[in-house]
Design a protein around this ligand. Structure first.
Ligand code: ATP
Ligand code: MG
Length: 471
C-alpha cells in the first residue's frame, strides 16, 4: 500500500512517520529512504540503531566527499523492460522538475536524454567515464565490445547532437554533464558495494541529499530508486521506500506508473511532500496509486482546497447548521360533550286553550381542541460550506495531527511520537549514539574519500583543462 503525505513544513510529517518506520523494522523487507533535508534519514537511522538493527544500516550522505559509498550498480544483467524503465526514470527526473522550461522545451531534448541515458546504462566502460557532450575524442572507446543495438543508440544520439540540433539541446546536455561529471555522482558509480543484494537481504539504506544540488540528488536518487523497484519486481523481494520532500523531483510519470504496478508485489512507497503541484498528466495517477492519503496542516490555500476535496468522505449529509424555533397551533385531541337542546311546543286543547309543552333533549357532540407547540426545525449545511469548514480544520491542525483517507474511510488522527526516554533521536536530546555508529560504519572499506575515485572530467577536457582534478 502506497501513501501520500502532504503538509506544510513543521507540521510533523517526518516525526509522525517514524512510528510506522519502526513498525516496519520488524519485517524483513528492504528499506530505502531518500531525503533532501537529511533529517528524516538520520531519524530513521537513530531509531534503527536504538532498536538493534544497526547491522542492517548503510548510510550515504551525498555531500560527504570524505566518505563516498562506492555502489556496484549492475544494469547489464537485467531484462530489456528493466532497461527501458531505467531510461524512462532517468530522463524523466530531469524533464519533470524543470517542467520543460529554461530551454528545456525542445522535442529533441526528450529524445536526446533517452538515448543518452540508454548509453550510460549500456557502455562497457565504467559509468563515470560517460561523456554526454560526445565531443571527447575517445568517446567511441567507451563503447568497445558493445553490441549492435548499443552502437545504433550511439548513432541515433550522435545524429541528435549534430549541427543545429546540438545547439538546441545544449542546455540539457550541460546539466547532464555537470551531474555525471561531478565528484558526487561519478565517484559513486564504480564501487564494490552491492546495493540490490543489501536490500534483498532486508537491509536499510539511507540516502541523505543535504548539501548537494537538487539536480544531482534527483538524478542519482532516481537511478537508485528505479533500479531498486525494478529489481524488487524481478527478483521478488519485499521493498519499502520512503521519499521525504518528494515534490522536488522524485515524482515522475515512471513513479506514478509504478505506484499502480507494485500493488501486485510486496512493495510500498511513501511520498512526503509539502505541496501537490505535480504536473497534470500524472497527478491523477499519483492520487490513485497512493491508496492512503494523509493531510497535515497546510499553509497553502490551493493545497487546502485539494485536501478538502480529497477528504470529501468527512462531509456529513445530516450536519445541522442551526435550528429554527417556531410556535405553531396543531390539532389536538377530540373531546365529546353533551349538548342540551331546549324545545317547547304549543298545542290547543279541546276547549280552545293553548297549552305549551317544554322539554329538553340531550345529544352527544365532538369538539376539536387546538394546541400551541414549540418546534425546532433543523437547517442542514450545504456540502460547499462544509468544504470551507474542512479547510479551516486543516489550517488549524496541531503538530502531529492529520486527516487520513483510505479504504476504511476518512478520519482525524493524532500520531503519538516515539517516547523520548527510549529514543534519543527526539528533538532536544542527544544524538551521540547515532554519531558513534556512523563513525564505525564509515570505517568499512566500501567507503572511501572521493579523491581516490577515478574521474574523467569531460567538461574540463573540452575546456582545455585535461586531467586536472577539481578540488
Ligand atoms: N506527533 C507529534 N506530536 C507533537 N509534536 C510533534 C509531532 N510531530 C512533530 N512534532 C513537532 O513538530 C516539529 C516538526 O516536525 P517534523 O520535522 O516532522 O516536520 P515536517 O512536516 O517533516 O517538516 P519538513 O517538511 O520541514 O520536513 C517537531 O520538531 C516537533 O516539535
Ligand atoms: Mg520532514
Amino acid at each position: 500500500m502506497s501513501t501520500l503525505i502532504v503538509g506544510e513544513t513543521g507540521a510533523g510529517k517526518s516525526l509522525s512517520e517514524l512510528p510506522w518506520f519502526r513498525h516496519k523494522l520488524k519485517e524483513k523487507s528492504g528499506k530505502l529512504v531518500f531525503d533532501f533535508h537529511g533529517q528524516f534519514t538520520d531519524l530513521c537511522g537513530e531509531v534503527a540503531v536504538v532498536d538493534g538493527h544497526a547491522d542492517k544500516i548503510m548510510y550515504d550522505k551525498l555531500s560527504a566527499e570524505k566518505y563516498v559509498l562506492g555502489y556496484k550498480l549492475d544494469f547489464k544483467a537485467k531484462s530489456r523492460g528493466h532497461e527501458e524503465r531505467l531510461v524512462d526514470g532517468l530522463s524523466q527526473s530531469f524533464l519533470v522538475k524543470r517542467g520543460y522550461k529554461d530551454g528545456f522545451d525542445h522535442p529533441y531534448l526528450d529524445k536526446a536524454f533517452k538515448w543518452a541515458s540508454r548509453l550510460v546504462l549500456r557502455q562497457s566502460a565504467p559509468l563515470n567515464s560517460f561523456r554526454y557532450a560526445l565531443q571527447g575524442p575517445d568517446y567511441g572507446g567507451l563503447l568497445e565490445n558493445a553490441d549492435m543495438e548499443t552502437w545504433l543508440a550511439f548513432q541515433r544520439y550522435e545524429r541528435l547532437t549534430k549541427g543545429e540540433r546540438e545547439r538546441q539541446i545544449e542546455p540539457g546536455n550541460r546539466v547532464l554533464e555537470s551531474i555525471f561529471d561531478s565528484v558526487t555522482v561519478s565517484s559513486r558509480l564504480d564501487g564494490g558495494w552491492d546495493f540490490i543484494e543489501h536490500l534483498r537481504k532486508g537491509g536499510i539504506h539511507l540516502v541523505n541529499g543535504l548539501g548537494v544540488s537538487p539536480d544531482k540528488m534527483r538524478t542519482f536518487g532516481n537511478l537508485l530508486l528505479v533500479h531498486a523497484i525494478e529489481c524488487a519486481k524481478e527478483q521478488d523481494f519485499a521493498l519499502d521506500v520512503w521519499i521525504d520532500e518528494a515534490q522536488r523531483g522524485f515524482i515522475t510519470p515512471y513513479l506514478a506508473e509504478q505506484l499502480v504496478q507494485i500493488r501486485g508485489f510486496d512493495c510500498s512507497v511513501t511520498l512526503m511532500c509539502q505541496d501537490v503541484s505535480f504536473p497534470l498528466e500524472f497527478k491523477e495517477t499519483i492520487f490513485q496509486g497512493c491508496t492512503r492519503h494523509a493531510w497535515y496542516r497546510c499553509a497553502s490555500r490551493t493545497v487546502r482546497e485539494e485536501a478538502a476535496c480529497d477528504l470529501i468522505g468527512m462531509l456529513d449529509r445530516n450536519r445541522v447548521h442551526h435550528y429554527e424555533d417556531r410556535f405553531v397551533s396543531v390539532r389536538g385531541p377530540t373531546v365529546e360533550y353533551d349538548a342540551i337542546t331546549k324545545n317547547s311546543s304549543e298545542s290547543e286543547d279541546e276547549d280552545g286553550r293553548t297549552r305549551t309543552t317544554k322539554g329538553e333533549s340531550v345529544t352527544t357532540r365532538e369538539r376539536v381542541l387546538w394546541e400551541t407547540i414549540h418546534q425546532r426545525i433543523p437547517h442542514y449545511e450545504s456540502p460547499q460550506s462544509q468544504l470551507i469548514w474542512l479547510q479551516q480544520e486543516i489550517s488549524a491542525l496541531g503538530d502531529g495531527e492529520r486527516f487520513v483517507r483510505d479504504k476504511y474511510g476518512c478520519r482525524k488522527q493524532y500520531v503519538y511520537p516515539l517516547p523520548k526516554n527510549l529514543y534519543p533521536c527526539m528533538p532536544g536530546l542527544s544524538k551521540r549514539r547515532w554519531k558513534r555508529f556512523l563513525r564505525q560504519l564509515r570505517e568499512k572499506p566500501v567507503y572511501r574519500p572521493a579523491d581516490q575515485a577515478p574521474w574523467i572530467p569531460a567538461a574540463a577536457a573540452r575546456h582545455g583543462r585535461k586531467g586536472k582534478r577539481r578540488s
